[in-house]
Design a binder for this molecule. Structure first.
Ligand SMILES: Nc1ncnc2c1ncn2[C@@H]1O[C@H](COP(=O)(O)OP(=O)(O)O)[C@@H](O)[C@H]1O
Ligand SMILES: [Mg+2]
Length: 348
């Protein structure tokens, strides 16, 4: 079991409030990803769960037991950092076994566990090697194995892949998903990378300035963001926002993949635009387009020439509406009417 709960947790450094009354529930066995820009408090949150940092106020629970007063070693948590320090003079096997010797696990048991875990992470061939003879990805696997061999209730990872190149990062993502499936342990993973969050998480906690903006599964976060910040954090290019034409500061959003270059059957608006640049990605092309509302981005499988003048379609079913503060609003019949009127007038 490894359910985590933070209740009214605040963390100050001097007078700076870094975590502001955080309430967070992490389900047992989940792969939960804390995501947000650099400095939003992700690492501080993890460090408070492990016990490396102490909350200024508030309570932290694992499986309903309050752990505030437990030392890191007593919390049954393992953590992997971005800079995984392996002992250079020890072999892979010794590096992994080391933590178990400290915990006074008997020798036969230690060896069995090291062998099992190395099979899981694919290190069996490298047991007698020194870290300096391994690739970045293999070293990261040793760091993971060293944490996993302790069989913790909870497994915390702070940007563990950020030192790897893009290809290896992609590979390790797939391996971590597989590992989580096999172990069934609670994974809490920190990253600033929305692609990592979307591809691995079953639960995403989107943070900003020390608080939680939205917590939901990846699909829900993409389809149903609760504010402009959440809407623009997920997806590249980010969601288009038109914010200079509606009454009461109302703002209209639609994703680049929902700005259609070809006619759509559904109830829609049209926007006149001119292609400014295009970026071919293979299966798709990303267009930047000049419109009466500023530059809009489109992502499409359709090919059109530079300088083309286009009629673009945005279906009402793919629109998001936000108020002047950027909070999500309902798109009801009254709002549709306002939008339709506004575009009809502008587009003639
Ligand atoms: N030990 C510390 N002393 C003072 N400020 C700190 C300390 N650790 C973190 N901070 C500040 O707390 C904020 C959140 O940091 P952090 O949790 O590391 O963010 P993230 O991991 O999301 O990038 C930042 O503004 C950072 O400068
Ligand atoms: Mg950090």
């Amino acid at each position: 079991m490894g359910a985590i709960r933070l209740k009214d947790v605040t963390k100050k450094f001097g007078n700076d409030i870094v975590i502001d009354n955080l309430n967070l529930e992490i389900e047992d066995g989940s792969f939960t990803v804390l995501v947000g820009p650099s400095g939003c408090g992700k690492s501080t949150t993890l460090r408070m769960i492990t016990g490396l940092d102490e909350p200024t106020s508030g309570e932290i629970f694992i499986d309903h037991h309050k752990i505030n007063d437990l030392t890191p070693g007593k919390r049954d948590i393992a953590m992997v950092f971005q800079n995984y320090a392996l002992y250079p003079t020890m072999t892979v096997k010794e590096n992994i076994e080391f933590g178990l010797e400290n915990k006074k696990v008997p020798k036969a048991e230690r060896q069995r566990r090291v062998k099992d875990i190395c099979e899981v992470v694919g290190l069996t061939e490298y047991l007698e090697r020194k870290p300096s003879t391994l690739s970045g990805g293999q070293r990261q696997r040793v760091a993971l194995a060293r944490a996993m061999v302790k069989q913790p209730k909870v497994f915390l990872m702070d940007e563990p892949l950020s030192n790897l190149d893009a290809k290896l990062r992609g590979q390790m993502r797939v391996e971590l998903i597989g590992l989580h499936k096999k172990l069934g342990t609670t994974f809490v993973y920190v990253t600033h990378d929305q692609v990592e969050a979307m591809s691995m998480a079953d639960d995403i906690v989107l943070m900003k300035d020390g608080y939680i903006v939205q917590q939901s599964n990846p699909r829900e976060l993409y389809q149903n963001p609760n504010c402009i910040y959440a809407a623009q954090f997920i997806g590249t290019p980010q969601m288009n926002i038109i914010n200079n034409v509606f009454p009461d500061g109302m703002q209209l959003g639609f994703r680049p993949e929902k700005l259609y270059l070809q006619k759509v059957g559904k109830e829609h608006i049209t926007i006149q635009a001119e292609v400014v640049t295009k970026e071919m990605l293979g299966a798709e092309t990303i267009y930047s387009l000049k419109s009466a509302y500023g530059i809009l981005m489109a992502k499409s499988q359709h090919e059109v020439d530079d300088d083309s003048h286009l009629s673009l379609w945005v279906p009402f079913s793919d629109m998001y509406l936000f108020d002047g503060q950027g909070c999500r609003m309902t798109l009801g019949e009254a709002e549709k009417y306002v939008i339709k009127q506004t575009f009809d007038r502008q587009e003639g």
